[in-house]
Design a binder for this molecule. Structure first.
Ligand code: ADP
Ligand code: ZN
Length: 611
């Protein structure tokens, strides 16, 4: 292998054996001077696409990055691998910034990370004209799109790079799949001539699961206990109040849980985010305000205690799990109440009719995903315009096929009950009527006299709830924005007239692993998959302890010492000499010399004890 080939840098500097997806093609394209537009999902390995050409080409690679925390993380990761990298942002003092600028001008840096607003200052552009520039990389390039969620006006000015530095290759990268955003990126960054590299948006290591709420706290606890002992994760809730309540309840249950929402003081938020990144086993309970700019690779689960508004949000939020490619869970609990609440929120919102129509459509797709009886991944990917040929075998519906029942008559009874009672009531009251219960409310409104009173005794209350939920999800019932009462609509009529056969799914009732049998000991799913031979769990703990101590000494996040993929590979290979050590994923020359001896000492000790 030529020491200056991309493959050798991949191995010696980053400690990896093979390129992933389009990485190699992108790197070669840049090395040949081409421009590139790169769409790779989160965790797909975008950074190496510009880092390796930055290392190989003469001069400095200038990386535009919108978030200070991400920038610092990336630079520290590169330094851990022995790469000459630096950043320029508002956290540096004047003198520190000057020092970095000097290093850059002297050609002592392979990579420089810089905030967009600084890059486009006349002073900095002038400085750049005195340097050899290997390439420009524009990370999170969707920030240039006004259509997307993360628009940053300063990104618009980056178009000047094309004019001011003709001949310097430019690469724009994003994890956003939206075609409108993609077109805006090309247009606004003057990259219409760039070659496009688009990978599949599938995240095969994430296991998607949706359960119907039935004591959600217990379901969450079962899930955490049976699959995520000692793991880091994020739990999303819709309201600040619920975030606070859930976090303090989890704390009582012995978890290291922190709250995060926009209502907390800025310092508190920063501190909680810092703890999530720098400590292990931290669970953040958050509103959607949390997540952007968090590059933590070992988030082992994302749980939703409330239904997200649409599949775009769901995919973005769940995408924060398992960036390191190791097994991770996306788990959600949802209920009829969620569906009713979100429908009502859309109708009560400020937007015009067109806006509301689109929001309802998006919510329907989200609900459809929850109620689907076939592979969830296929349906998710299809929503984003990608076809997956086979069921994934890594979602709940694949792992334990959903049973369905023919419920045309019950659907008719439910809809008819809505009609007979005057279309102004929620599911709870309607179920009382169907079951023939004479409650105060039933008496008050005289609903014990309607023709649907007591006609639904063949189902239990919980089953009727499931029927109403699925009718709302399939759009056969609408929700009144003011009263939240259920109403008929155009979709209800063919069902009422018996023109449409209806099948309902049988709800799974458990929270944790419903699809496996037998009792399992408490362990995280990842640990369980890795630690199969005797004593390896002890080794796992020792290596993790070493990682934590080292991280504390260096004041860096533990995953920058080595990440979970490296941890798993260390346990798999148990290296005892330098050569074996270098065969471990994520261990290159620099990490071998920084940590190799100490890691091997831990492994030696383990081998003596167990073999
Ligand atoms: P993205 O920016 O696309 O979300 P990253 O560049 O942060 O992804 O990479 C995600 C993880 O995958 C990182 O831990 C990275 O070191 C690892 N990775 C990237 N490329 C490879 C590869 N070829 N082999 C093994 N691991 C890789
Ligand atoms: Zn599947």
């Amino acid at each position: 292998m030529h020491p200056k080939s991309p493959k050798s840098v991949l191995k010696n500097t980053f400690g990896y054996d093979a390129f992933r997806g389009p990485q190699q093609k992108i790197i070669e394209h840049l090395l040949h001077g081409g421009d590139a537009l790169v769409l790779i999902p989160t965790g797909g390995g975008k950074s190496l696409c510009y880092q390796i050409p930055g290392i190989l080409k003469p001069g400095v690679a200038v990386v535009v990055s919108p978030l200070i925390a991400l920038m610092q993380d990336q630079v520290e990761a590169l330094r851990q691998n022995g790469v000459k990298a630096g950043f320029l942002n508002s956290t540096l003092s004047f003198d520190e910034a000057l020092q970095i600028e000097r290093e850059m001008a002297q050609g002592a840096l392979d990579l420089l990370y810089v905030a967009p607003e600084r890059l486009v200052t006349p002073r900095f552009l002038e400085l750049l004209t005195q340097c050899t520039i290997a390439l420009f990389a524009i990370d999170e390039a969707h920030c240039v799109s006004q259509w997307g969620h993360d628009f940053r006006p300063e990104y618009m000015q980056l178009a000047l790079l094309a004019k001011n530095f003709p001949g310097v290759p430019r690469i724009a990268l994003t994890a956003t799949a939206d075609p409108i955003v993609r077109d805006e990126m090309m247009e606004n960054l003057h990259l219409t001539q760039a070659r496009q590299f688009i990978s599949s948006f599938d995240r095969p290591n994430i296991r998607y699961r949706v359960v119907v709420k039935n004591n959600p706290k217990k379901q969450l606890l079962d899930f955490l206990k049976s699959e995520h002992d000692g793991d880091s994760g994020i739990i999303y809730c819709l309201s600040r109040k619920k975030v606070e309540a859930t976090a303090s309840w989890l704390k009582e249950m012995g978890y290291n849980a922190l709250a995060y929402h926009a209502g907390l003081p800025k310092e508190q938020r920063a501190e909680n985010q810092r703890r999530f990144i720098t400590e292990e086993q931290v669970i953040v309970v958050a509103t959607i305000a949390f997540g952007m700019g968090i590059d933590k690779p070992d988030v082992r689960f994302v749980a939703h205690l409330d239904l997200p508004k649409n599949l775009e949000s769901y995919y973005q939020e769940t995408g924060r799990a398992g960036r390191d490619g190791l097994p991770a869970n996306a788990w959600m609990a949802y209920s009829l109440g969620d569906a009713v609440f979100l429908r009502q929120m859309i109708d009560g919102s400020e937007g015009n009719e067109e806006y509301k129509r689109i929001q309802h459509q998006k919510l329907s797709a989200m609900l459809g995903f929850c109620e689907i009886t076939s592979c969830r991944r296929q349906s998710l990917l299809a929503y984003f315009g990608e076809e997956a040929k086979d069921p994934c075998k890594n979602c709940d519906t694949c792992l334990s096929p959903v049973e369905t029942w023919e419920g045309t008559t019950q659907a008719q009874k439910a809809l008819s009950c809505v009609y007979r009672t005057g279309q102004g009531y929620g599911a709870g009251h309607l179920i009382d009527v169907l079951l023939g219960r004479v409650t105060d409310k039933v008496e008050l409104y005289g609903h014990d006299g309607v023709s649907t009173f007591g006609i639904g005794k063949e189902l239990k209350e919980k089953e009727w709830r499931s029927v109403f939920r699925q009718l709302v999800a399939m759009g056969a019932l609408s929700v009144n924005a003011q009263t939240s009462g259920l109403m008929l609509n155009g979709t209800s009529l063919p069902i009422l007239r018996g023109k449409k056969e209806i099948h309902f799914r049988v709800d799974a009732i458990t929270g944790g692993r419903s699809y496996t049998s037998g009792t399992r000991k408490k362990a995280s799913r990842l640990m369980e998959e890795v630690c199969t031979s005797p004593g390896t769990r002890a080794l796992w703990d020792k290596l993790k302890a070493f990682r934590m101590e080292t991280a504390k000494e260096l004041s860096i996040p533990p995953y920058l010492v080595f990440n979970d993929a490296t941890l798993a590979d260390l346990i798999e290979k148990m290296p005892t000499d330098d050569l074996e050590m270098l065969s471990v994923s994520g261990i290159g020359q620099q990490k071998l010399s920084s940590y190799g001896d100490e890691i091997m000492a831990i492994i030696d000790e383990h081998l003596k004890e167990y073999i």
